[in-house]
Design a protein around this ligand. Structure first.
Ligand SMILES: *Cc1c(COP(=O)(O)O)cnc(C)c1O
Length: 403
């Protein structure tokens, strides 16, 4: 046994989050070669299945829908699910209750948040800044939102945002963690800079919520969105969420004012009058099956402090980098993820020319990460169900695969 194997076992033995692993379905036969037990390092793309979910979904379908039918909107709490589940996500992103609503996709919520922010910024401000390295959907939607609101969109690297701000800036759309490199941006400092310029800050938390503390209320973030199928394990296509800071809720003018966000939805009025509070971010009928699968999935967070998740996440990524340095010949891969903890999310991105082929072979050997064109190997570390022995094994298989 190598020194790293021994150390991995020791780290797993003292890991307080290790007990959480039993709450996930991880060991189903993968059909992969038996030369490595499976290691799932793609929870930053699709979180693993929490064991509580299948039974809950079965109940929602058979009893709530099958037996109670339309009564379930009241009796099973379907109607209030978007706010109830929003309040469940709230502590994970540092928000007090009543500010988060669940529903629609992240893409749709980026649209609501950004147009809402531009409208609140007022007429004199004609420019919208967007993270130039953003996940594509945010950039596409920002372009359309700017065009629709008669503003100019200006892509800017996050580090350059402070210098690009001015009295023309209406809103800034930023990613908390870069999906490609795993770089963590300085949310408190950037939000403060945006506010100093009199603009609104909109943050996309897709790659940070459930992996590290966000502190939305503490840092005065104006609006935020995020998905729930990555670190929050809500399942494929699980609904996203929208945060609107309490002080802004009465001014939030949604560009998608569906009947679910009406002050009196069942009044069936022809004129629109927005609901107050978080429900103002709703649009139409919620996707109940996905939403209640998510609600069950969120139970694994009970009693789990986000700070403990962050500490383990950093320990896992540190250990992975150490194992890669030990096992992989120098120069074979280049790490794109910052080494400084303050600049690192919960993934490691390694660059190599043959990344697509390498990831294919890695997956055949049971180590599941993902490939991002043109040359990035991406490994996500989900502290609730990934351990140190997994990390060591993944690095060893990676080294063999890189050959
Ligand atoms: C995953 C991700 C999305 C996904 O958007 P969908 O509408 O759910 O497809 C959007 N933005 C970022 C930054 C992401 O990481």
């Amino acid at each position: 046994m190598s020194e790293l194997t021994v150390r991995a076992a020791k780290l797993d033995a003292v890991d307080e989050l290790a007990v959480k692993r039993a709450e996930f379905v991880l060991d189903a036969a993968s059909g992969h070669a038996a030369d490595a037990a499976g290691v799932y390092l793609d929870g930053n793309s699709l979180g693993a299945l929490p064991a509580v979910v299948p039974g809950r979904v079965e109940d929602v379908v058979r009893r709530q829908w099958g037996e109670l039918r339309i009564q379930s909107w009241e009796e099973s709490g379907w109607w209030t699910a978007p706010e109830r589940i929003g309040d469940r996500i709230a502590p994970l992103v540092g928000a007090a209750p009543g500010q988060v609503v669940v529903g629609d996709s992240t893409s749709v919520n980026v649209f609501k948040a950004l147009v809402g922010a531009v409208r609140m910024a007022g007429d004199g401000r004609d420019e919208v800044l967007v993270d130039a390295t953003t996940f594509p959907t945010d950039g596409y939607i920002a372009e359309s939102a700017a065009r629709m609101t008669g503003r100019t969109l200006r892509p800017v690297a996050p580090a350059e945002v402070p210098g690009a701000l001015g009295d023309r800036t209406a809103a800034v759309l930023l990613n908390h963690v870069d999906y490609r490199t795993g770089r963590l941006h300085d949310l408190p400092a950037l939000t403060a800079a945006v506010h100093e310029a009199g603009a609104l800050a909109v943050w996309d938390l897709c790659h940070s919520a459930g992996a590290l503390p966000v502190g939305l209320d503490e840092h005065g973030v104006d609006l935020a969105v995020g998905c729930t199928y990555k670190y929050l394990n809500g399942g494929p296509g699980a609904p996203a969420y929208l945060y609107v800071r309490r002080e802004l809720q009465d001014r939030f003018d949604s560009p998608l004012p569906g009947w679910n966000s009406h002050a009196e939805p069942f009044g069936m009025r022809s004129g629109y009058e927005p609901a107050s509070g978080a429900p103002r971010g709703r649009v139409g009928t919620p996707d109940i099956l996905s939403m209640l699968a998510l609600e069950a999935a969120l139970e694994v967070w009970e009693g789990v402090p986000v700070e403990a998740v962050r500490a383990k996440s950093l320990a896992l990524t540190d250990f992975f980098l150490e194992c890669v340095a030990e096992y992989v010949p120098e120069g074979r891969v280049e790490c794109l993820t910052p080494v400084a903890h303050a600049e690192r999310g919960s993934q490691i991105a390694l660059r190599c020319d043959d990344a697509g082929e390498v990831m294919k072979r890695l997956i055949e050997r049971g180590v599941v990460g993902d490939y991002r064109a043109p040359d990035v190997l991406r490994f996500g570390f989900t502290p609730l169900y990934v351990g140190f022995a997994d990390v060591e094994r993944a690095a060893r298989v990676l080294a063999r695969t890189l050959g």
